[in-house]
Structure formats: structure tokens, C-alpha cells
Design a protein around this ligand. Structure first.
Ligand code: SF4
Ligand code: SF4
Length: 472
């Protein structure tokens, strides 16, 4: 099975319960953002920019647990910001698990190994030595880390920790191979850290998924290689979604400068081109999400947005209408369901009810539509059932040969290129582009983030690097 039976049964039971009760709208996945603080500043991250005035604010843990109870979603995706910065993340994960929900911790991966070392310290006994030996051999922990784990004091042993369970996934944000990913997150070394964290997690028995956003300039071949590589690490599944790109300023540029939308936006047409192979990927890799949503992404059918099924709660309340767009915040989930005019949003038969929805095909708007039977076509239920119940694709061990470390690890980090561009008048003439293109495999990537995808910020990144250089 692609998704463990107990988890599938939980989600299916939730849908059946509400279908029998004829509940018109209900939550499937809660996107819980306990804070918007992050240790990274990814190009195009909507979260750290939209909520930039209150990065220090946090949702109290009691409230986080209460909103999960309130919306009754069987799955909670803890995101942010970087959720591992949340001071009570362990208590939060354990509290939601205790409510009987499935938990995804959506992380940029940088603090994962630290959290897993805390876990090892809390549970240390001599039986753990073979695992420690392997972690040491694979250089996933240092000798000093091993000593700290072995000598854990009462405080370390009493600490709340995140433990492996089939009800929880680390969901690691990866937007490409090393060069691309480090470029998008604007820090060299993050990809390598993510790979090491994933390897460590698998050794310790955690479930791990990767979470990828595809942008206008994402290279489809590279995305496939990325799946191959992470499949070779025995990652348990992959979430993939097109980036979302609405921006009044860009619309304005289209209007004022007479440029084509394709110059700026990942349009529906472009999304369909990028996702043309999604069904093949679904056969080869453990892609999470329904085959109905995959058909939608590949342009084989239409779906109606069901954003209410993946509601977002953050420091300002229940965010409406969706994870991406903000037209208001509400105090209660049911209040939001009642007050939002849902029929103002989405795209029906190719016609956008709100111009901002025009190019949106994101999973948090449309993946639940596939599971909930909106736009039902004969055979859909069987399709969804058989996709999940067929044997899980085997790890693609040949993916170990992918040149995943094609950036800073081989001396080709993006900062080096950007610095070269800044220092060379000739390169500078080429502007930001020279800092963002591979020489031997020309393609460019911009945008990135935990769900949004505001592109066109390459110049800003280059300027930032130049500024940092001036300060040095
Ligand atoms: S179509 Fe996309 S942007 Fe519009 S409401 Fe649905 S999820 Fe949000
Ligand atoms: S995209 Fe995610 S990891 Fe990057 S800055 Fe935003 S919240 Fe942080």
C-alpha cells in the first residue's frame, strides 16, 4: 500500500462518516502554523513575507490543540515558518498524536537531526549502540554527539521528544537537487543537511516524505531525478504541487508593460505541461495524493476547488479562503465555513470565479476534491482505491547514481556564482541571470517556499548577496 492501512482507514472512515451525515463541508487536513518565524529566508516565501510584521508571535500550544479538536481533521500538517523552532513542538506533535490524528511535520530539515539526537538521548540504553555505530559510520552524528547521547542526564531523559510512529511523518521541503534547492532556500549546504537528516530518520525508523513545489522554471527532468534519488534513500512518499503565483503587481506589469502572462506566471497550461508525466511518476514513485488530482494536474479533467477541506489556522485565526490567499481571518472553523462565500472562489469549467484563482491548481485546493468526489466521474472511487491499495512502488535504488550533489559540494554553489557575477563586470552585464543559471545544463529556477511561489525575485537575491558583500 502507498499509505499505511491504518492511516488510510482513518481518512476513509472520516469521509464516510461525513458523507453519511451529509455534512456539506468538513476538514480533511488542518494546516497548522503555530509560528511564522523561520531560520531560512527562501526566495519567494509567502509566509515570512505576508506575516513579516509579527514573526515573533506564536499560537499557544493549548490553542493549537484546541483548533485541531475544533475542525476534527484526521490529519494535521504542522508547518510555518519552521515548526521545529516552535518551543513546544514536541508537546504539540505528541498532543495531536494523542488526539488520534496523523501528523506531518513540514520542515526545511535544518533542525531535524538535532531533534532526533534529543530523541536518542531520551531513550538511550546499551541496546541503542548498533544504531549509534551506524550513525557514526555514516557520519550522521559526531563522536561528541554520541558521547552526549550516552551520558544523557535526567533532564535529557525527561525531555519531551518526537518519536517514530506510523502516525507521524517528517515532511521535508525539497525543491530540486543540491544546486537548485540551495538556490531557492538561499543558503548553501541546506540540501546536504536535508539528505543527512533523511538518512538518519530512516535509520531510526521514522517515516519520511518529501514536499516539492514546482515553479515556472523548474526543470521536469530534474524533478524526476530528485524523486529517483530520494526513492533510493527509501523515502516513504512524495508530495508535489504546482507553485501558486498570483500577484497584483505582476498583473499590473502585464497590463502596463504589455508582457505575456507566461513571462511571469505558472499558468494552467504551463502547469499541465510540467505535470504531463505525473501519472507515470505515480506508478514509479510513492506520490501521495489521489490519481484523480493527478489527472487534473495532467490536464485530463477539471476539478472544483475545495479549499475548505484543508483549512489553515495561524496567529491571526482561521485563514480564508485558503492556505494561499487571504481575504480574512476568523475565530472559529465553523464560523469561517458559514461566513465565507465559497462560490466566489475556484475555477469552474475553465472560468475563474475569482481572477486570483485563475492559475491555481495547488494540492491544498484540489487534492481533497479528488478524494471527496467533487466532479465525480464513473470509476473514480475504484481508481483512488486501487491506486492506494496496489503494492507500493519499490525503492528506486538506481537513483543512488543521480548526481544529486551538483552544487556547493562540488564547488559550484550559487553564492560562488553570484559572487563571481558581482566581481566580473562582464558577468554583471548579464545581470541576475548569470547567478541563477547552470553553465552546463542551462535552466533557471526562481521562487520557492512552503506552498506559495512568488517568482521574479532573482534580482532581489542578487542584490542581497551584493549588499552582504559590501557589509563584509
Ligand atoms: S482556487 Fe486556489 S487560490 Fe482559489 S480559493 Fe482555491 S486554493 Fe485558493
Ligand atoms: S519557504 Fe518554508 S523554509 Fe523557506 S523561509 Fe518560508 S517557511 Fe522558511
Amino acid at each position: 500500500m502507498r499509505f499505511p492501512f491504518a492511516l488510510t482507514a482513518k481518512i476513509a472512515g472520516h469521509i464516510i462518516k461525513h458523507k453519511l451525515k451529509r455534512t456539506p463541508k468538513f476538514a480533511m487536513v488542518l494546516q497548522l502554523e503555530p509560528l511564522h518565524t523561520c531560520n531560512l529566508t527562501c526566495t519567494g516565501c509567502g509566509r515570512i513575507r505576508e506575516y513579516s510584521t509579527n514573526l515573533k508571535d506564536m499560537v499557544p500550544i493549548e490553542k493549537c490543540l484546541a483548533v485541531a479538536e475544533e475542525c476534527e481533521a484526521p490529519m494535521v500538517s504542522i508547518c510555518g515558518g519552521e515548526p521545529l523552532i516552535y518551543p513546544k513542538i514536541e508537546e504539540l506533535v505528541n498532543g495531536i498524536l494523542a488526539q488520534g490524528r496523523i501528523v506531518y511535520v513540514c520542515t526545511n530539515g535544518v533542525f531535524m537531526r538535532k531533534k532526533m539526537k534529543d530523541y536518542l538521548a531520551a531513550i538511550y540504553s546499551p541496546e541503542l549502540e548498533p544504531a549509534l555505530k551506524r550513525l557514526l559510520q555514516e557520519k550522521l552524528i559526531s563522536d561528541k554527539d554520541a558521547q552526549t547521547i550516552r551520558k544523557a542526564d535526567d533532564k535529557a531523559r525527561a525531555k519531551a521528544v518526537i518519536r517514530p510512529t506510523r502516525w507521524m511523518y517528517w515532511n521535508v521541503h525539497i525543491d530540486g537537487l543540491e544546486y537548485t534547492h540551495d538556490l531557492i532556500v538561499e543558503r548553501e549546504g541546506v540540501f546536504k543537511e536535508c539528505v543527512e537528516a533523511i538518512k538518519m530518520a530512516k535509520i531510526l525508523g521514522f517515516q519520511v516524505a518529501t514536499n516539492t513545489t514546482v515553479y515556472k522554471e523548474s526543470d521536469v527532468k530534474e524533478i524526476e531525478q530528485m524523486f529517483e534519488f530520494f526513492s533510493s534513500l527509501e523515502v516513504d512518499g512524495h508530495t508535489i504541487s504546482p507553485g501558486y503565483e498570483y500577484d497584483a503587481a505582476k498583473k499590473d506589469m502585464v497590463k502596463r508593460l504589455g508582457k505575456q502572462p507566461e513571462d511571469f506566471f505558472l499558468t494552467r497550461k504551463m502547469t499541465r505541461e510540467k505535470f504531463a508525466n505525473i501519472q507515470e511518476w505515480g506508478e514509479k514513485f510513492t506520490i501521495f495524493g489521489t490519481p484523480v488530482y493527478q489527472e487534473f494536474l495532467a490536464g485530463k479533467r477539471e476539478l472544483t476547488c475545495t479549499a475548505w477541506a484543508i483549512p489553515t489556522y495561524n496567529i491571526k485565526g482561521w485563514k480564508a479562503p485558503c492556505y494561499l490567499m487571504t481575504d480574512g481571518h476568523y475565530d472559529g472553523y465553523h464560523e469561517m465555513l458559514a461566513k465565507v462565500q465559497w462560490d466566489k472562489y475556484g475555477v469552474i469549467n475553465g472560468v475563474a470565479r475569482d481572477p486570483r484563482c485563475e492559475n491555481c491548481m495547488v494540492h491544498c485546493g484540489y487534492d481533497p476534491s479528488g478524494a471527496l468526489g467533487t466532479n465525480y466521474q464513473r470509476g473514480d472511487n475504484w481508481k483512488n482505491f486501487s491506486y492506494n491499495f496496489r503494492p507500493k512502488p519499490k525503492p528506486y535504488y538506481a537513483g543512488a547514481k543521480v548526481r544529486a550533489f551538483n552544487g556547493v559540494s562540488i564547488g559550484k554553489g550559487h553564492l560562488a556564482e553570484a559572487n563571481a557575477a558581482i566581481n566580473s563586470p562582464r558577468a554583471a552585464m548579464n545581470g541576475a541571470q548569470s547567478a541563477f543559471q547552470r553553465r552546463e545544463e542551462p535552466h533557471e529556477h526562481n521562487g520557492g517556499g512552503c506552498g506559495t511561489g512568488d517568482t521574479g525575485q532573482r534580482e532581489a537575491l542578487l542584490a542581497k548577496i551584493a549588499e552582504a558583500k559590501r557589509v563584509e
